[in-house]
Structure formats: structure tokens, C-alpha cells
Design a protein around this ligand. Structure first.
Ligand code: HEM
Length: 289
């Protein structure tokens, strides 16, 4: 097998455990679909089930791609950058399958597919996001990065934030009743984008633990507010009543709490890694004395 296809090896041709884990994560939804195959095949709409699965996992991997930068900085784990491209391309593979399944669901009638994608708002939005992801996947190779030059390549790849926003809108628009997961996803994407905005505003690549805590609290509060306002508009009820339910733990853990939990886990990671690094450099200094 050509070396270029051996994606579990690093640039020097050595087996990379990080790449193996990333590859396993990327293949896990496929494996789950194969395990669930009987249930999917006997379900009401097997192809629609697969459309939902591929769309959902494409969004998850898009989020993971965006999480690489904060995680490698906060976790002091620079090697993570090595798998970002692999996860991004994996995201595109799922989204390519998502569109292929949609075409199959329309009986391979390409005229109908083109009509639907240009006339239904949620499909127009999904279609634009799809084209954006395709542009990022095509330009993700070393050769394309060289041809475009670092500045133009970076500018083009910054489109990922707009693509994520469009993908979330597409997700919300086709969600019928329970918005818990889409709101949680929106909160997490909001955190990832707010992290970059705050770092840019403070002109730093390393936010303090206090900065991360503040960011988490603000994004979690916005998630609570966003969910309450959205449900209030959709069902014509008072947003305060919806907020009241959010604070009633018997009604389940609302997305605002989930975003708060995820953000606090990141703050904890920052604190632990800072202490660990501090102890290691103290030990090194003692050993050198
Ligand atoms: C031309 C492009 C696209 C088409 C034709 C398309 C089509 C669809 C369709 C038909 C559904 C199911 C709707 C229903 O059953 O009512 C769906 C759901 C979904 N799509 Fe797309 N989509 C496109 C692009 C995208 C992109 C770029 C993303 C994200 C990266 C995405 C993420 C999702 C998600 C997350 C769902 C819902 C999954 C769930 O229910 O868990 N789609 N899409």
C-alpha cells in the first residue's frame, strides 16, 4: 500500500497511536450503524435513518476539529494538531455520504434533488455548508496549502466558523420537537467560537483559568437564555416559565447545565495541566542544581 494511504503513520512513517485513535473514532459511527443494521433495515425509513446518522456525526466531527486548537493549548498537548486534518477530512466523508444518501432517498432523480436543494430553505443552508466543507477538504492537502500560500489558506479555512453556523441552523430547522441536543451542540460551538474571540481580543494564545471560567459561565447563561427564548417563541409561552423548568432538575439536565459541565471540565484540565507542568519544571530545576 502506498505510504500516502497509510494514514495511521506520521510524517516520518512511524506508527502514530494518536492517529490510530482518531481513525478508530472516525470509524466508530460506521461500526455502530453496522451493528444496528437489522434495526435500521426493519425501521420505517432506513435511508432517512442513515441520513440523520451521517448528518449528526459530520456535525460532531466538525465540532471536534474546532476543539483541537483549544484542547491542545489548554491540555498542553501540541501533538493533537497532527490529527486535525484527518478529523476534518473524516467530517467531509460523512457529509459526502449524507448527500449521497439524500440523492438515493430521492430515487436518484437528480433534477428533483437540484430542485429541492435550491427551493427548501433548510436544504439551501445545508447545501451552502456542504459546498464550504468540500472547498476546505479539497484545499486541505499540503500541495494546495503551498499553492494558496499561508495567508490565503488561513483566510479560506477561517470559513469553517460560518460553515459551522450554517450547519447548526440546518440542524435546528429540521429538528421537529425536542431541541435538547441541537441547543447543547449550539452551546458547545458557541464556546469554541467565543474562546477564539476572547483569545483574539486579549491578543493571547493562552487564556487564564479565570478567563476560561468566565467564558464558560457566560456561554452557559446564553445557552439557557437562547433555549428559553426559542421555546417561548415556538410555543407562545413566557421565557421565564421555560427558565423555571430549566432549574428544575427533575425535568432532566437542560443543555445550559451540560455546557456548564463541559466548560468546567476544560477549566479543571487547565488547572491540572498548569500544576503538573509547574511541578515538572520545579523537579527539573532541582535535578539540575
Ligand atoms: C446538500 C447538502 C445537504 C442535504 C441535501 C442535507 C439533507 C438533510 C436531510 C434530508 C436531513 C433529514 C431531514 C428530515 O428527516 O426531516 C438532514 C439532517 C441533518 N443534516 Fe443535512 N443536508 C445537507 C448538508 C448538511 C451539512 C453540511 C451538515 C453538517 C455538517 C448537515 C447536518 C445535518 C444534521 C446534523 C441533521 C440532523 C441529524 C439528526 O437528526 O440527528 N447536513 N440533512
Amino acid at each position: 500500500m502506498s505510504a500516502a494511504w497509510q494514514i495511521w503513520r506520521d510524517r516520518r512513517g512511524r506508527l502514530s497511536w494518536l492517529r490510530v485513535v482518531a481513525l478508530a473514532l472516525l470509524l466508530a459511527p460506521l461500526a455502530k450503524a453496522l451493528i444496528d443494521w437489522q434495526a435500521i433495515a426493519h425501521g420505517a425509513r432506513p435511508i432517512n435513518d442513515l441520513i440523520h446518522r451521517t448528518g449528526f456525526w459530520a456535525l460532531v466531527f466538525l465540532g471536534v476539529t474546532l476543539a483541537v486548537t483549544p484542547l491542545r493549548r489548554i491540555g498542553r498537548f501540541g501533538a493533537l494538531v497532527d490529527v486535525r486534518r484527518m478529523i476534518g477530512v473524516g467530517c467531509f466523508c460523512y457529509i459526502a455520504a449524507h448527500l449521497a444518501l439524500y440523492i438515493a432517498d430521492q430515487g436518484f432523480d437528480l433534477g428533483k434533488v437540484a430542485y429541492e436543494i435550491t427551493h427548501r430553505v433548510y436544504l439551501i443552508i445545508g447545501g451552502i455548508a456542504w459546498l464550504g466543507l468540500a472547498a476546505l477538504a479539497v484545499t486541505s492537502t499540503d500541495g494546495m496549502a503551498r499553492r494558496l500560500g499561508p495567508l490565503r489558506w488561513r483566510r479560506l479555512h477561517q470559513a469553517v466558523y460560518a460553515i459551522a453556523l450554517l450547519a447548526l441552523v440546518h440542524y435546528f430547522q429540521q429538528t421537529k420537537a425536542d431541541v435538547t441536543v441541537p441547543v447543547f451542540a449550539a452551546g458547545l460551538f458557541g464556546w469554541l467560537i467565543a474562546y477564539r474571540l476572547l483569545a483574539w481580543w486579549q491578543d493571547t494564545t493562552e487564556l487564564s483559568a479565570l478567563g476560561l471560567l468566565g467564558l464558560t459561565i457566560v456561554v452557559a447563561a446564553l445557552t439557557f437564555a437562547g433555549e428559553a427564548i426559542g421555546i417561548a417563541i415556538a410555543y407562545n409561552v413566557s421565557p421565564m416559565r421555560v427558565l423555571g423548568v430549566a432549574f428544575n432538575v427533575d425535568a432532566g439536565l437542560r443543555p445550559g447545565w451540560q455546557v456548564l459541565g463541559a466548560g468546567l471540565a476544560v477549566v479543571l484540565l487547565d488547572v491540572v495541566r498548569a500544576r503538573w507542568n509547574g511541578r515538572r519544571s520545579r523537579n527539573r530545576a532541582v535535578a539540575a542544581e
